[in-house]
Design a protein around this ligand. Structure first.
Ligand code: XMP
Length: 489
């Protein structure tokens, strides 16, 4: 590291109250409280943060790009709450594209390209489409794409013979329809007036030009913190690994599917091939917000930023299912890694995502004070209802499985799917995590604690929290003192 860089980093660490000579992690420090003008914690309601380029979140939380954490269901749930999910990279590209489309379709106020079916197809085809896209109705069109009816699950409910043609079961025209420029407000009036659930939009030639559903309008109003794109669709990220073929074509497909932010994810991003790949993707997709990781060194942050990263993801081995540090001896304790990378990233107005090792609300707060703009969560979300995988009972309790991406079990499952040809040395474990119900209650709990931390520091916003927050080192006895203890024994 050159002297100038070292000086900047040392100045930042000292200003934050972190040691320069030794790397520390969450439990090694406490946040220093400050005199505050905040009368009540409830006065703090702004958790807005920048994830990358022009992508802003309403809470500083993203879900890990892992098969046991993020598919479209988690991404939808988190975006509705103001965070964001990164669809993981261990799916064939067609499946990843499908997952991104699912998120973009979920409670978007206007569906631009609704799924349609020809009137001459069978009900069994309709059922397959409805199941694949998890939707409750299909617009029915003729050979020229003109709307001729609608087929909803209500039309199919008592229908036993799925070999019937769609035209035999659909509700035919005339239907209540809108023009392509129908606004959400006028759609709401029409849906209410005619007591219908779906409002197809058709152009002058009678061709399908969109769809507005009552469910989506209700959901848009229900999730007030949701993060959405300009068209009102939920935001979603998707991941590519750094060592695959056809990467540019994969990225292109994800962009076309509506992905808002790309994550280039690899265990070791401080590497020539990652730098070259990032430059290539940046050159081909100038406007695309790109997050790249993982790193734990400020020089690595600088390299990625200069190669075109819009955010860097920090964390080598802090994760709850990681064995990387144990097996390789490499990996900076996470709080120092975040603070050092943020010292450089801040200068370039590039956000840092703190990935791994977050176990409690205090860790979220500490990651942000150290300089992160968002935290990435794996195991904390792994026990949620929305995480992929079935819950099971063991020893009288409900659990879900959480596999480190480099665990033997995760690698075997990728081999089964054809995504891996041999098992590499394992640097992760499989563990069970307690079932914790809906992701909304986990997030509510974490955000509640974050609000409380902010009030102790006197911060009304996350920017203030990051600027005002500082640390003091604590002993292990000091850390243990802060855990609940009882004196009656
Ligand atoms: P938490 O602590 O939230 O961490 O469960 C999630 C992060 O852990 C990383 N990860 C791994 N790291 N071996 C590793 O060294 C693995 O097998 C592995 N699987 C996941 C990843 O960065 C994730 O976001």
């Amino acid at each position: 590291m050159d002297d100038q860089l070292r000086q900047k980093i040392e100045a930042r660490l000292s200003a934050k109250g972190l040691p320069v000579d030794i790397a520390v992690s969450f439990n090694d420090v406490c946040i220093i409280d400050r005199k505050s003008d905040i009368a009540s914690r409830r006065d703090i309601g702004n958790f807005k943060t920048r994830l990358a380029r022009d992508i802003f979140l309403n809470i500083p939380i993203v879900s890990a790009n892992m098969p046991d954490i993020t598919d479209s269901r988690m991404a939808i749930a988190l975006a509705r709450l103001g965070g964001l999910g990164f669809i993981h990279q261990f799916l064939p590209i067609e499946k990843r594209v499908e997952e991104v489309k699912r998120v973009k379709r979920a409670d978007s106020s206007i569906i631009e390209k609704p799924i349609t079916i020809r009137f001459s197809e069978r009900l069994s085809d309709a059922r397959a489409l409805m199941d694949a896209y998890q939707i409750s109705g299909l617009l029915v069109v003729d050979e020229e794409g003109k709307l001729v009816g609608i087929l909803t699950s209500r039309d199919m409910r008592l229908q036993e013979d799925l070999s019937l043609y769609v035209k035999e079961a659909m509700t035919p025209m005339p239907l209540v329809v809108g023009s392509p420029d129908t606004t959400k407000e006028s759609a709401r009036v029409l849906l209410r007036q005619y007591k219908v659930e779906k409002l197809p939009l058709v152009d002058k030639a009678g061709k399908v030009a969109g769809l507005i559903t009552a469910k989506d309008i209700i959901k848009a109003a229900q999730y007030r913190s949701a993060v959405r794109d300009k068209k009102g669709r939920l935001l979603v990220g998707a991941t590519i690994g750094a060592h695959r073929n056809n990467i540019l074509s994969d990225v292109d497909q994800l962009v076309k599917a509506g992905m808002d932010v790309l994550l280039i994810d690899t265990a070791r991003a401080f590497a020539d091939p990652v730098e070259a790949l990032l430059k290539e993707i940046r050159a081909a997709f100038n406007e695309l917000p790109i997050v790249v990781g993982n790193i734990d060194r400020p020089e690595a942050a600088l390299m990625l930023i200069e190669a075109g990263a819009d955010a860097v993801k920090v964390g080598i081995g802090p994760g709850s299912a990681c064995k990387t540090r144990e097996e390789t001896g490499v990996g900076t304790p996470q709080l120092t890694a975040i603070a050092e990378c943020a010292a450089i990233a801040d200068e370039h107005h590039i956000p840092v995502v703190a990935d791994g090792g977050i176990r409690v609300g205090a860790d979220v707060a500490k990651a942000l004070v150290a300089g992160a703009s968002a935290v990435m969560l794996g195991s904390l979300l792994g026990g949620s209802e929305e995480a992929p995988g079935e819950a099971f009972y063991e020893e009288g309790k409900k659990w879900k499985i959480y596999r480190g991406s480099a665990s033997l079990e995760a690698q075997l499952s990728r081999m089964d799917g054809g995504g891996l040809d041999h098992v590499r040395p394992t640097e992760g474990i499989q563990r069970r995590v307690a079932y914790r119900g809906e992701v909304s209650s986990i997030i509510e709990d974490l955000v509640g604690h974050l609000r409380s931390s902010m009030s102790y520091v006197g911060a009304h916003t996350l920017d203030e929290f990051k600027a005002l927050g500082t640390f003091r080192r604590q002993t292990e006895a000091g850390y243990l003192e802060g855990k609940p203890h009882r004196n009656e024994e």
